[in-house]
Design a protein. Structure first.
Length: 298
């Protein structure tokens, strides 16, 4: 009984300990043979190993259910108590032996970050960037979503979201100046982070804000910001933007916030994080302050 309680309810430690003490008392009073007590004790140890695996997060719900069913099936033959003060001389009826306790699997490292996407081969010297175009001359280029199964990078966020492999591929192209910015969106139906749009090189920051960030929904974005210091030296800084406007739904804001860190683990090279909830916070001067804080030669 103690083992079956522990297997069905991983948190019932007190109940199972009391049950084991009752079995021990039956052994001391001669109501239970030593062989039967050892079988119950081995089953209790196995049940505690299952509990420890669940608590440590090593054993998932589906795996736990399978192990529990196999364990309970092995425990289905009841232990027959021997009447009288001592066991009868005749051989006792066959009793199903409790499965030998297996060592608990080694715990996996918690929240292990997936391996970063491989860096592309060094690109040849980039041609000079085109002169900035007038504000409003750019429009984001939508990225078509793949239908059917979507290949994702390893791992999952605490909110259950995965990251499509094409997100990492698009980000790598941004890093070699193929785009000025990329925008990522949570697909709540498939629970996958996907690329929504990109901006061509030379797109001004204000155009990015106007064209790529909706007024009533959240988005992730990475903008390749060019900073020029007092000596005329240029520095490119990749800015990660979490856009979470006040009039977006509470559920959507919570999903974007709980997936942010997992997404950033797959975007190597982010220099600045910029979280904004209204258009005033998106002003370029505020972004410039954050970028300037990362540069020593101002």
């Amino acid at each position: 009984r103690a083992a079956r309680v522990a297997a069905r309810r991983p948190g019932a430690m007190v109940d199972t300990c009391e049950s084991l003490r009752t079995v021990k008392a039956a052994l001391d009073e001669g109501l239970l043979s030593a062989e039967h007590f050892e079988a119950v004790q081995a089953a209790f140890v196995r049940a505690q190993q299952l509990k420890a695996a669940v608590d440590a997060g090593v054993l998932g719900t589906e795996e736990y259910d399978k192990v529990k069913q196999a364990f309970l099936a092995a425990m289905s033959t009841p232990v027959v108590a021997t009447p009288g003060a001592a066991p009868a001389p005749a051989a006792p009826a066959p009793v199903a032996a409790a499965p030998a306790p297996k060592p608990a699997p080694a715990p996996k490292p918690a929240a292990a970050a997936p391996a970063p996407a491989p860096k592309p081969a060094p690109a040849p010297a980039a041609a000079p960037k085109p002169a900035p175009k007038p504000r409003g001359a750019f429009k984001p280029s939508p990225v078509a979503s793949a239908e059917g199964d979507v290949e994702c990078v390893p791992g999952v966020s605490m909110s259950g979201m995965r990251v499509a492999k094409e997100v990492c591929d698009t980000y790598q192209r941004l890093k070699v100046s193929k785009y000025q910015y990329v925008v990522f969106k949570l697909d709540l139906q498939s629970c996958i982070v996907k690329t929504e749009s990109t901006g061509e090189p030379g797109c001004a920051y204000d155009d990015f804000v106007d064209a790529a960030l909706p007024e009533d929904d959240c988005r992730y974005a990475v903008y390749d910001y060019l900073y020029v210091n007092a000596d005329g030296c240029e520095f490119n800084k990749l800015v990660f933007v979490l856009w979470s406007p006040d009039n977006a739904s509470t559920k959507t804001k919570m999903m974007y916030a709980s997936t942010k860190d997992f997404l950033k683990q797959n975007l190597e090279g982010i220099a600045v994080e910029f979280q904004c909830t209204d258009v005033d916070e998106l002003e370029e001067e505020k972004l410039l302050d954050k970028v300037r804080a990362t540069i020593t030669r101002k």
